[in-house]
Design a protein around this ligand. Structure first.
Ligand SMILES: *Cc1c(COP(=O)(O)O)cnc(C)c1O
Length: 497
């Protein structure tokens, strides 16, 4: 299996090269040249494996340059009860008749990003070795909360790597800040920037392409890499849990082998739902992929009209990990849907960066409608759905997951489609405790984050994840706050260059 670039189909690299490079030199994203297929027998057999082996089975189809031993080294290290609080890794809960919650947040940082970021460090270091890149990999991350912490936990003490995370001093939740400041590990660094998320991200991008920094790294046997969701190494682990869930439901009798399901995904960067699309085209029987957005509903409009227009107001919502106006992974979907037309992709994404808008052809509009449905949900609706399912089903969900439930309820009511359905649950309710508690109790409370967590624990039957429970007693290790102009020197100093 080779990988092409969405902006130049003649680029052809191995998976190890795609993963270490992160993004193709001309700015395109790496995409496998074909989608490997699973037979019904294979899907059935996957149900009898443990999660790490299910993952290894899927990876062996995409990462064909990895040996079995290399793949198992990665999966066994990532998907064990050392890192996840449940044996099954991705837990399935039955919400109501034929509607399942796929809980992707039993990892160390309590959000679904752990599913990919627990394994990415192993993919990266193994890939670097395979292509004889005998260098220490330095990961730089700008984060608005979830990605930074998940990357820190993933790369913590992984040999041959170090990681440095920048976050906006006033732009993350108190719990997220505490999670990062108390981070453990000998190869990690965390620093706050006096500025917003864009300042952090612009700084990181400038450092990535700075020639002075680059040659200093080179001279010291180091190289930069990215843990961002444009890396194929973050997408492929997400395909696994959709295949795994289908196989698991067949095994436990929830569905028949061959029966179609709907998949609902709360979406921001279009990564998680693109993984579901890949699972479908590998052979998982899927009726509709349902794309759920918050009030930043650029994707809802795109799927419904074929016009992508980011020229709109940006809203800060109670589901902040979906507050995104540029969904990078859409580029991969459109590349596949246009029959791998790199010229067309360059034109549309050129328009997106110059005018903030593009419109796809009628043919693509029809294909989008055939595969996807889309809807959105505002903050008030998000909170009322949290309360509704708490009261009706005694189930407590986070704000992002609630967006998906709301969009699904509307889909079901308007279409009458009762196909069995899997809803991706992307974060623990404890991670967004303020909004969740407000939703359940009906009014905002000014007690501190830990007290909110305790109160939710009293109201729900979900145990407090140990990673959050321990936080109160952990010493703070990282208190640096710098001006954005100091970011480059900070990186050089931290790396001892
Ligand atoms: C990142 C994130 C999302 C959005 O996922 P995408 O892959 O960007 O679509 C949804 N929910 C939570 C909790 C997240 O952290």
């Amino acid at each position: 299996m080779f990988y092409n670039s969405t902006r130049n189909s003649s680029v052809k690299v191995s998976s190890a090269e795609a993963i270490t490079q992160g993004i193709s030199a001309e700015g395109g994203l790496f995409v496998p040249e074909s989608i490997p297929e699973l037979t019904p027998d294979e899907i059935k057999a996957i149900g009898d494996m443990k999660y790490a082996d299910r993952a290894a089975y899927i990876f062996s189809k995409f990462l064909t340059d990895f040996t079995d031993a290399e793949i198992h080294y990665c999966t066994d290290n990532a998907y064990s009860t050392k890192n996840f609080e449940t044996e099954s890794i991705a837990e399935i809960a039955h919400l109501f008749d034929g509607t399942y919650m796929l809980e992707l947040w039993h990892g160390p940082t309590c959000a679904f990003k752990d599913m990919a970021l627990q394994i990415l460090p192993y993919f990266l270091t193994t890939s670097a070795k395979k292509i004889n890149l005998d260098k220490k990999i330095v990961i730089l991350v700008a984060t608005s909360g979830d990605t930074g912490k998940a990357a820190l936990e993933g790369f913590k003490d992984v040999e041959g790597t170090s990681i440095l995370v920048f976050y906006p001093e006033d732009g993350v939740s108190p719990m997220q800040k505490r999670q990062m400041k108390t981070q453990e590990g000998g190869n990690v660094g965390v620093c706050a920037i006096k500025g917003n998320f864009d300042d952090c991200q612009n700084g990181v991008k400038a450092i990535f392409t700075d020639d002075e920094v680059k040659s200093a790294l080179d001279a010291n046997g180091m190289m930069f890499s990215s843990a961002n969701s444009i890396n194929w190494g973050r997408l492929v682990p997400q395909i696994v849990y959709y295949v795994s869930t289908y196989a698991e439901l067949v095994k436990n009798g929830g569905i028949e082998l061959g029966e179609k399901i709907n998949i609902v995904v709360p979406t921001g960067n279009f990564g998680n739902i693109l993984a579901a699309y890949y699972a479908k085209h590998m052979g998982i029987p899927v009726n509709k992929l349902i794309c759920a957005s918050n009030i930043n509903n650029v994707l809802t409009d795109f799927i419904n009209t074929g016009v992508y227009d980011r020229n709109r107001k940006f809203y800060a919502t109670v589901s902040p990990s979906m507050d995104i106006l540029i969904s990078s992974n859409l580029e991969r979907l459109l590349y596949i849907m246009t029959g791998r037309n790199d010229e067309q992709i360059k034109e549309w994404f050129g328009q997106l960066s110059s005018e903030g808008r593009y419109e796809v052809s009628d043919d693509i509009k029809a294909k989008l409608k055939e595969e996807f449905c889309a809807g959105f949900c505002d903050d008030e609706q998000t909170k009322s759905v949290i309360r509704e399912i708490y009261e009706k089903y005694s189930y407590t969900c986070d704000t992002h997951t609630a967006v998906a439930v709301k969009v699904y309820n509307e889909y079901r009511a308007s279409t009458g489609d009762t196909t069995k359905t899997v809803i991706a649950s992307t974060a623990s309710p404890y991670k967004f405790s303020s909004a969740v508690l407000e939703a359940i109790e009906g009014s905002a409370s000014d007690i501190d984050e830990y007290a909110k967590v305790d109160r939710i624990a009293g109201l729900s039957d979900i145990p407090v994840p140990s990673a959050l429970a321990d936080l109160k007693n952990k010493p703070e290790r990282f208190g640096d706050v710098i001006e954005k102009s100091e970011q480059k020197n900070y990186v050089l100093n931290t790396l001892g260059l």
